[in-house]
Design a protein. Structure first.
Length: 382
């Protein structure tokens, strides 16, 4: 049987989630703002929660509709039959993501949807479902954007950007799902040598190694007990998931590629090593203490750079950032490389030094990162 799915992804990076899902499931994927949709069987719940590196949450869609007011939302939610997805002995909660202008709040919508679910279940079975807002067995997710509404079941639970491998938390850490998307933008799968010259806690090198070695994130989420919401869903065959996990191995193949993680901070380098070890890829990543402003003195020939430099918003003075970007790009100009992918919340400053140093911008994407509006650039030598 084919089901409707919605994957919640990083705004601006939908293209890479769509491509990844299409390859993992061999299905057509439709892009939207901050999400992608597709049809597949229930096995997609296991496959994407285990292997996808670009999505944040996977929603099994129960219905989509348009509405005018809260009464319409109630009627739509009440029309859905929940008995195939929520057992009588299970609790539920409703979480609402609301985008646009409405004459009601997300809490108002959640209350109406919750009541509609209870009433629908009573109408069909005579049984009243219990609500548990703190630790529900089933989380009903609703996305409301303008006059459109989607109701479904969150199969992921805590967002997949919570990988579970980080022992050292960098103060300006990059989301792993953004890091993975940047690597796909850089065509890392086609390259041999990757350098992150301002690695911080090594999120980008870890994601690169996991992509190359096909290491599933489920290993780390299970190890740290983050787990998955789908394990509580009684309509799923959890034995299939357990069999998939049994096939996974900690024995890593010998691949012909090189990843280098660099940072000027000894503290960050120490933290990066902790994270690399926890992520089971320390033997596949070279770690160096070095200054990105002198990258040409360390590397003269490599394939790709993917980097999350300081922005001047939280962790660095804006004057320092100007000097850093200019010196880094000036040094990079003296290297031989194919492309560089950079994320920054100081895009105008970065772009000015890209132009000053004679690079060409192949792609430019706006993304939200840590509450900041940032841009991802893909640049190449002119």
């Amino acid at each position: 049987m084919v089901y409707d799915f919605l994957a919640i992804v990083n705004i601006g990076l939908e293209k890479f989630a769509a491509k990844e899902i299409s390859e993992l499931l061999n299905t057509k994927v439709y892009e939207d703002v901050g999400s992608v949709s597709f049809y597949s069987d229930l096995d997609a719940i296991f496959k994407l929660n285990i292997y996808s590196r670009t999505i944040n949450k996977l929603i099994l869609v129960l219905g989509r509709s348009s509405f005018e007011d809260l009464n319409d939302i109630y009627k739509f939610a009440n029309y859905i039959r929940y008995t195939n997805f929520i057992s009588r002995d299970q609790t539920f909660a409703v979480r609402v993501e609301r985008i646009g202008k409405h004459n009601f709040t997300s809490i108002d919508a959640a209350e109406r949807i919750g009541q509609a679910i209870i009433d629908s279940y009573i109408e069909e079975t005579g049984h009243r479902l219990k609500v548990n807002l703190d630790d529900p067995d089933v989380e009903v997710y609703s996305k409301i954007r303008d006059n459109q509404i989607i109701i479904g079941i969150n199969t992921t639970g805590i967002s997949l950007h919570r990988r579970g491998y980080k022992k050292y938390k960098h103060p300006s850490a990059l989301s792993p799902t953004i890091a993975a998307s940047m690597l796909y933008l850089a065509n890392w799968n086609e390259e041999k040598c990757l350098v992150d010259p301002m690695c911080g806690g090594a999120t980008i090198p870890i994601e690169a190694a996991h992509i190359k070695l096909k290491i599933p994130i489920s290993i780390f989420r299970e190890r740290t007990k983050i787990g998955y919401a789908f394990k509580k869903l009684k309509f799923l065959d959890i034995e299939k998931y357990e069999k998939m996990m049994e096939k996974e191995s900690y024995c890593l193949p010998n691949e012909n590629f090189k990843i280098v993680a660099c940072d000027i901070s000894r503290r960050h380098i120490k933290g990066a090593k902790l994270n690399l070890s926890s992520a089971l890829v320390n033997e596949f990543v070279d770690v160096l203490i070095s200054d990105a402003r002198n990258i040409d003195k360390i590397f003269t020939n490599f394939d790709t750079i993917v980097v999350n430099p300081p922005y001047g918003k939280r962790s660095a003075d804006i004057r320092y950032v100007r000097k850093l970007y200019d010196a880094f790009l000036s040094s990079l100009k003296r290297c031989s490389f194919k492309n560089a992918v950079v994320i920054t919340a100081a895009p105008k400053i970065f772009k000015s030094y890209v132009e000053k140093n004679g690079f060409s911008i192949l792609e430019e994407r706006s993304v939200s990162h840590g509450g900041l509006i940032a841009k991802v650039f893909k640049i190449i030598p002119s």
